[in-house]
Design a protein around this ligand. Structure first.
Ligand code: NFE
Length: 457
């Protein structure tokens, strides 16, 4: 058995190490995803006013701060039993949509694509892995698109900042609605950024994704795992395009039930105790990650664009769960979301109800679940004396990059690695390609939360 360690895994967000054990036949027999970053946002929130949740949780991460703010804002509205108007909802969705476009464009070109190109295109002293299957001129063109993608993903952040005030950590978003009025000039500014981004996605990113899939068709079979997916749903179905929520196991799609979600810390650096907050334990035997292991009905579920695509499609369709299927689903989703955004921005009136007023809190606990770019995101809160007593976050990367659970069952990325046949032991390209297809964000993945089920409800 040979051990191969990638530490730190590069071209991802946050600190991650991967260790695989490879048999003599070159097949990965075991894998460990190690989240090596600890952040305790839930601890910081204790004792704060509920309205702080939006602004604190936005700061969990610089690339999905809108997803956290959007989810926290919905959570706060649950506590006050308040809904936003159609126009305010669409405006918040436009901001969230811009974040999805920014993440997905940047992921495809800057994080995933270099895995399939020759290293010398990026650095003259880059170690040579296996040679790219793309010709020199194809790679030159992809490099041009790589450079263009930097500008297009920046335009997406500019879009978000029009109504958010700034990005990351937009302060135009609040639980009550949007603090920036959608004047005609702001809407025009938004449209003038969205239109070239849409064209880039349609005319460049989608064709490049399909060209990659044609050049590396074996990656439909590399990085596969059992077809188990979860989505909490994305965007309000009453107002146009959206993805449904659902749990998908063995070709069977069922509604998601909060009470079926559990978290194991058996292989995480946390004490196995019922105390709240739970305590770190770096000496714990068998532990290898700061990430915990969420499970749905006891099973490891994958979240993200492929999950949303499969859960949204009609049952019985053939599906690949491999590396290339994840990349294609992400690019297709980028195209779809950009076209929904084009409809929404044209429906936004200048005069509308963009801010709600809150009375007194009407409940003391709430859970909000909706999808972020990388998959299912859950925020839950318990209030005491008008302040936060307990706040919990379970992020997409916690699902995808979870370590083994108390049954010893691996997390989704570990499942995708196990069984993979490596062409070279020395610097195998398969491992990086598989893990990056999930678009890891370990800044989001590691949190300290309670293992007491009742405090999450
Ligand atoms: Ni830091 Fe995030 C997304 C969230 S990932 S990027 O998408 O929530 O766990």
């Amino acid at each position: 058995m040979t051990k191969i360690t990638l530490s730190p895994a590069t071209r991802i967000s946050g600190l991650l190490s991967i260790e695989v054990s490879v048999g003599k036949d070159g097949i990965i027999e075991d894998a460990q995803c190690r989240g090596e970053q600890f952040r305790g946002f839930e601890m910081m929130l204790r004792g704060h006013a509920l309205s702080d949740a939006v602004y604190f949780t936005e700061r969990i991460c610089g690339i999905c701060s809108m997803a956290h703010g959007f989810t926290a804002a919905q959570l706060v509205r649950q506590i006050y039993h308040t809904n936003l108007s159609r126009e305010a909802t669409l405006l918040q969705q436009l901001m969230l949509g811009a974040e999805f476009l920014q993440n997905h464009i940047r992921h495809f070109y800057l994080l995933a694509l270099p895995d399939y190109m020759d290293g010398q295109f990026f650095s003259s002293d880059s170690p040579q892995q296996e040679p790219s299957r793309f010709s020199h001129s194809e790679q030159q063109q992809l490099l041009e698109h790589y450079n263009a993608a930097i500008d297009y993903s920046a335009k997406c952040h500019e879009m978000l900042a029009i109504f958010g005030g700034k990005i990351p950590h937009q302060h135009g978003l609040s639980a009550e609605g949007i603090a920036v009025t959608p004047t005609a000039d702001r809407r025009l500014q938004f449209i003038s950024l969205l239109e070239p981004v849409r064209q880039f996605i349609r005319n460049v990113m989608l064709p490049d994704t399909f060209q990659l899939a044609e050049t590396y068709p074996d990656y439909f079979e590399i990085g596969t795992r059992p077809a188990r997916f979860i989505s909490f749903g994305l965007f309000d179905p009453r107002y146009g395009g959206s993805f449904p929520s659902g749990a998908f196991d063995n070709f069977n799609r069922t509604p998601v039930k909060r009470e079926e979600i559990t978290e194991s810390v058996s292989h995480s650096w946390f004490k196995e105790s019922e105390s709240n907050p739970i305590k770190a334990d770096l000496e714990k035997p068998g532990a290898y990650s700061w990430v915990k292991a969420p499970r749905y009905q006891g099973l490891a579920m994958e979240g993200g664009p492929l999950a949303r695509k499969i859960i949204a499609s009609s049952p019985g369709q053939t599906l690949s769960t491999g590396t290339m299927a994840r990349l294609i689903a992400r690019s297709e989703e980028t195209h779809l979301i950009a076209s929904w955004m084009d409809e929404w921005i044209h429906e936004i009136p200048e005069e509308g109800r963009y801010i709600e007023e809150f009375g007194s809190p009407l409940t003391l606990t709430a859970t909000q679940m909706n999808d972020a770019p990388r998959g299912p995101l859950l925020h839950s809160v318990t209030l005491k004396d008008d302040h936060i007593a307990d706040y919990n976050v379970i992020t997409p990367t916690t699902w995808n990059f979870s370590p083994k659970d108390q049954q010893g069952l691996p997390g989704p990325v570990e499942e995708s690695l196990i069984g993979t046949s490596l062409a070279h032991f020395n610097d195998p390209p398969e491992i990086g390609r598989i893990i990056r297809s999930f678009d890891p964000c370990l800044s989001c993945g590691t949190h300290l939360i309670s293992i007491q089920k009742e405090s999450c409800q």
